[in-house]
Write a protein that binds this ligand. Structure first.
Ligand SMILES: C[S@@+](CC[C@H](N)C(=O)[O-])C[C@H]1O[C@@H](n2cnc3c(N)ncnc32)[C@H](O)[C@@H]1O
Length: 379
């Protein structure tokens, strides 16, 4: 195999993780009201294989969707017929071809009152639904897929991991709502972190830091177990990202610890104190604090402000004013890139630098007729 093909194949291998229907259902049920009358685009999804397509086809009417679009990419050297077909449409399955499916109506052909898998088999026989070939290879960045993106309201998929940053950048550029599968390793990458800071992305409801299982192609040597004849691999760092509202990000963390200089030492290279877990964030420290990146799953922008991150990339990416505000000392370096937090001469893990928002003072209004306290058990 030529070197370039080998690199592509290696990259593609990282990308061929197929999401399970149960995991999709567990997450997406929380966003139902946001889907009414919306065009959903699954732009890394072969409709014959993707459980995202399947989920939305099955829930088309209960979600009140206006349209469901899925595009299939044919550029992967290992994508194709390794996976059993979800819909089992045997005759006209357009394998290894880039195509799109546009669903505008899901009828209950059985007349049994429920839209089930059998109905989905008839989807593309409906005049209102179209399966057509794409001109290009179905790359989510191609002009024809971008045109579909423009038409869409919400993008929902598990994009290729190797292109995740580009994928998110594109959603951001076209200002689209999204619920997508990602990886906690990308929480602090430049593009994603900036969106966290500006409250334009947040973690979803399920599976943060718990690990998830995915179907992988038969050609994978490493896998966790076999399920229904298919290889299943575990990814410990998977997580959901969205810009739709997520309740936990409106909840205030209970802060019960008090600041002491001994328990919360300052970094050598930042004017910020170290906090080892989000649970230990002190309730009375007004300055900048460095917390583990898992904090982002608890982040409530009304309670905290994200200043920046302390990581090997900080120096290259942070605006000058922020480095000044943080009193960053570039002369103190410990391994890695310039910017990793250094504590007593040793580098610590990447930290998110945050500050508590000051609670707004609520003017006290004395009640005109105070309610007397009832004495218990005295009636
Ligand atoms: C992580 S898999 C997930 C597939 C499906 N969304 C799911 O969750 O089951 C990513 C998919 O994106 C496809 N892909 C890779 N590069 C792509 C690109 N540039 N444009 C669109 N899809 C791509 C891969 O072939 C793969 O099927």
């Amino acid at each position: 195999m030529a070197r370039e093909d080998l690199t592509n194949a290696k990259r593609a291998k990282k990308d061929e993780f197929y999401t399970m229907l149960d995991d999709i259902a567990l997450e997406l049920k929380h966003y139902k009201p946001y889907f009414k009358d919306k065009v959903v685009f699954c732009n890394c999804d072969d409709p014959y294989e993707s459980n995202f397509f399947k989920y939305f086809a099955l829930n088309f009417n209960s979600f009140g969707l206006k349209k469901l679009i899925a595009t299939c990419f044919n550029g992967s050297p290992i994508a194709g017929d390794e996976l059993p077909l979800v819909f089992d449409i045997t005759d006209e399955e357009p394998k290894k071809t880039a195509y799109k499916v546009e669903i505008s109506e899901v009828k209950d052909y059985n007349g049994d009152g429920a839209v089930n898998l059998t109905d989905v088999q008839y989807l593309i026989q409906n005049d209102k639904n179209v399966l057509s070939l794409l001109k290009g290879n179905g790359d989510f960045r191609s002009p024809e897929c971008i045109e579909l993106l423009k038409e869409a309201d919400i993008v929902v998929t598990n994009p290729p991991f190797s292109l995740f940053r580009e994928f998110v950048g594109m959603l951001d550029k076209y200002n689209k709502d999204f619920v997508i599968m990602g990886n906690t390793n990308t929480l602090v990458c430049k593009e994603v972190f900036k969106m966290f800071k500006e409250d334009r992305i947040r973690t979803g409801y399920t599976h943060f830091n718990t690990g998830m299982f995915f179907y992988v192609p038969d050609t994978f040597d490493k896998y966790h177990h076999i399920e229904d004849g298919r290889k299943v691999a575990r990814v410990s760092t998977s997580c959901w990202y969205t810009n739709l509202p997520v309740e936990k990000h409106n909840e205030f963390l209970d802060l019960y610890k008090h600041y002491t200089p001994e328990e919360y030492p300052k970094y050598d290279n930042y004017d910020a104190v170290n906090v080892d877990t989000y649970r230990d964030i002190p309730c009375d420290y007004d300055g900048v604090m460095g917390v583990p990146i898992t904090f982002l799953d608890k982040y409530n922008p009304n309670q905290f402000e994200i200043i920046w991150q302390a990581s090997g990339n900080t120096y290259a990416n942070a605006p000058k004013e922020i480095l000044e505000e943080l009193k960053f000392n570039p002369n103190i370096k410990y391994g890695g890139g310039l910017g990793a937090p250094v504590l007593n001469g040793k580098a610590t893990y990447t930290r998110v630098l945050i500050r508590r928002r000051q609670p707004k003072a609520v003017p006290y209004e004395a009640s005109e007729s105070p309610v007397p306290m009832a004495a218990e058990g005295n009636e």
